[in-house]
Design a protein around this ligand. Structure first.
Ligand SMILES: Cc1cc2nc3c(=O)[nH]c(=O)nc-3n(C[C@H](O)[C@H](O)[C@H](O)COP(=O)(O)OP(=O)(O)OC[C@H]3O[C@@H](n4cnc5c(N)ncnc54)[C@H](O)[C@@H]3O)c2cc1C
Ligand code: SF4
Length: 544
């Protein structure tokens, strides 16, 4: 294991930090990778083989959930009742008249692998058209890096992860095929394919960081459906079993779980000199480094900078982007074993382009979503989809489990001055430091897109012959976000961005941000990890 002195320290071992550390070891550097959360052992820590597997979507460990707060959210418009979340069993899930956080609200994991431990593993490239939102549509900001620059890095990462995908994914040109053949569609997704054909929309295999064959010493997927619970087989391309395993094997990366970054020590010339980290017993250690990379995610990275006097410009925390999402679930009326199979195995990119919806800026995608909805086990069915009691209820349950299908839509999230990260004036962490506070506002354009998304999800279910809806939920009445971005935007101008096109913080020569917070726009529903990682590899290449 490498020991100091280090060539670089990376704080945050999620999608971005893991890719950064790996690339540095490839370049021959000695790296310290620090994370506030614990390390997970896929064979031991995930509970898919336990009798109570369903009770927790992801089996957290002590320290694997961050703390944050929400500022009060907007009043809901009674005219938008059609966008309210509901289920057959519970009725309206937000019975108030204001938007609230759903569950934890910001879905994430602290740990070695970060939120990818919990992720589904969709492996998407950005739509090039969605990287020019300012010049083409006058909203958000243009990416200062082009799709063409990222393309070879996408290929490299897809090979490292073992992405299984189809030959063609629409607007995104490719210089090489996916390393693995696409997974066969599940029965539920084949049923949805019938509806897509009737509507004349494309419905195809989703590029997935889940192995369709033995690859790089990892086994192929067994279609258990449990990706968001943590993959016990290591075939899902989470950062711990891919980038971090390779960084560790290089012998040049020291990995330190359970250590929180408290302070960045900055010299008189605005250069980072060292960091101070603390373990769970609050023992503080100072580590000198010539280069520092922050990769704490789009909620925590701005907090780190805001807590640090002199490093945060007025742009830090602004332009926060969240998931704009809608899911409809219906009864297909036939046993489809829909609790199993590969989550999100099928997708439609038809309305993913930013101008694909008439009168709306920003697109969306549709995908098979029963597993992401966590409608897999008996508890979820009984609590959400199958009302009743006694013998009749048992009969209905027998029929429903495996027969429900879902369509999820994820769309563009446009920046708004009411959506940002700042410091909570009251709530503090165990070290006495203010927590990050999430402000979120759904504006009229996001509402119009959500309406189009809900209509499309319902339309696809109906065309597939699944006419009885059992549950619907979306982000109009509840903040519920697994994809967060934008709070340390990249751009050329320090007056409107935090990092430059090489992810270096404006005005600080040896500080970089390599995580989702740098995205200038969100894309039309593309899952972000592949792009976070491509940007991270590019940043390291430019550091060299
Ligand atoms: C349920 C779910 C499903 C998802 N599905 C997909 C998908 O299919 N495809 C996809 O591409 N993306 C998906 N995502 C999103 C994806 O996981 C995230 O976008 C991605 O992991 C973000 O990468 P990041 O590097 O910005 O942050 P993270 O991966 O969240 O990593 C940040 C790390 O920083 C650490 N950290 C924070 N503060 C400190 C501190 N002060 N000191 C030390 N360490 C700190 C945290 O402990 C954490 O490990 C999903 C996410 C969830 C939760
Ligand atoms: S469906 Fe495949 S990738 Fe997902 S948890 Fe199961 S074995 Fe792992």
């Amino acid at each position: 294991m490498a020991e100091g002195p280090y060539d670089a320290v990376v704080v945050g071992a999620g999608a971005g930090g893991a890719a950064t550390a790996w690339r540095m070891t490839q370049r021959g550097w000695k790296v310290l990778l620090v994370d506030a959360g614990p390390a997970f052992d896929p064979e031991r820590d995930y509970g898919l083989d336990q009798p109570d597997w369903e009770k927790q979507r992801f089996r957290h460990k002590p320290g694997s959930e961050g703390e944050f707060t929400f500022a009060p959210m907007q009043a809901l418009d009674p005219k938008l009742a059609d966008l309210r979340s509901w289920s057959l069993v519970q009725g309206r899930t937000n019975r108030g008249d204001r938007r609230v956080a759903s569950g934890a609200g910001y879905h994430h994991v602290r740990g070695i692998g970060g939120s990818t431990l919990h992720f589904v593993g969709e492996a998407h490239r950005m739509n090039p058209a969605a990287m020019k939102m300012k010049s083409r549509f006058g909203v958000a900001a243009d990416w200062p890096v082009s799709y063409d620059e990222l393309e070879p890095l996408y290929v490299e990462i897809e090979r490292l992860l073992g992405v299984a995908g189809p030959a063609d994914v629409g607007d995104r040109w490719r210089s090489a095929p996916y390393p693995l053949a696409a997974h066969p569609l599940s029965r539920a997704s084949r049923r949805l394919a019938r509806g897509a054909a009737a509507l004349k929309i494309a419905w195809q295999a989703n590029p997935r960081a889940a192995l369709s064959a033995v690859y790089d010493g990892r086994p192929s997927c067994n279609y258990c459906g449990g990706c968001t619970h943590g993959c016990p087989r290591r075939d899902k391309g989470s950062a711990d079993v891919t980038f971090i395993a390779k960084a560790r094997a290089s012998g040049r990366c020291e990995i330190r779980p359970g250590h929180t970054l408290l302070r960045i020590v900055v010299g008189a010339d605005r250069r980072v000199e060292a960091i101070e980290i603390a373990d769970a017993s609050k023992r503080v250690q100072r580590i000198v480094t010539p280069r520092l990379v922050l990769a704490c995610g789009a909620v925590e990275t701005p907090r780190v900078l805001l807590l640090q006097r002199g490093l945060a410009s007025a742009q830090v925390g602004r332009n926060f982007l969240e998931s704009v999402a809608w899911t409809s679930i219906a009864d297909a009326g036939e046993p489809l074993l829909s609790f199993g199979g590969l989550p999100a195995d099928a997708i439609s990119w038809d309305r993913n382009r930013p101008d694909a919806i008439p009168g709306v800026i920003g697109g969306f995608r549709l995908s098979a979503a029963i597993h992401e909805a966590d409608m897999m086990g008996a508890i979820a069915h009984a609590q959400r989809a199958v009302p009743g009691w006694g013998r009749a209820h048992k009969e209905k349950m027998r029929r429903a489990v495996g027969s429900l299908i879902a369509v999820g839509a994820v769309g563009e999230s446009l920046p708004h001055e009411g959506s940002k990260i700042d410091l909570d004036p009251k709530e503090k962490d165990g070290f006495g430091r203010p927590l990050a506070r999430i402000h979120s506002f759904v504006d009229a354009m996001n509402v119009r897109r959500l309406q189009a998304m809900a209509a499309a999800a319902r339309g696809l279910l109906k065309a597939s012959g699944a006419t009885t809806l059992v549950e619907e939920y979306g982000t109009y009445d509840a903040f519920s976000s697994a994809h967060v971005f934008g709070s340390c935007r990249m751009g050329a101008d320090p007056r409107s961005s935090v990092v430059d096109r090489d992810l270096r913080v404006h005005g600080v020569a040896n500080l970089w941000i390599c995580d989702a917070s740098v995205f200038p726009s969100s894309g039309g529903g593309e899952a972000p990890s592949l792009t976070i990682q491509a940007l991270a590899l590019r940043a390291v290449d430019r550091m060299v």
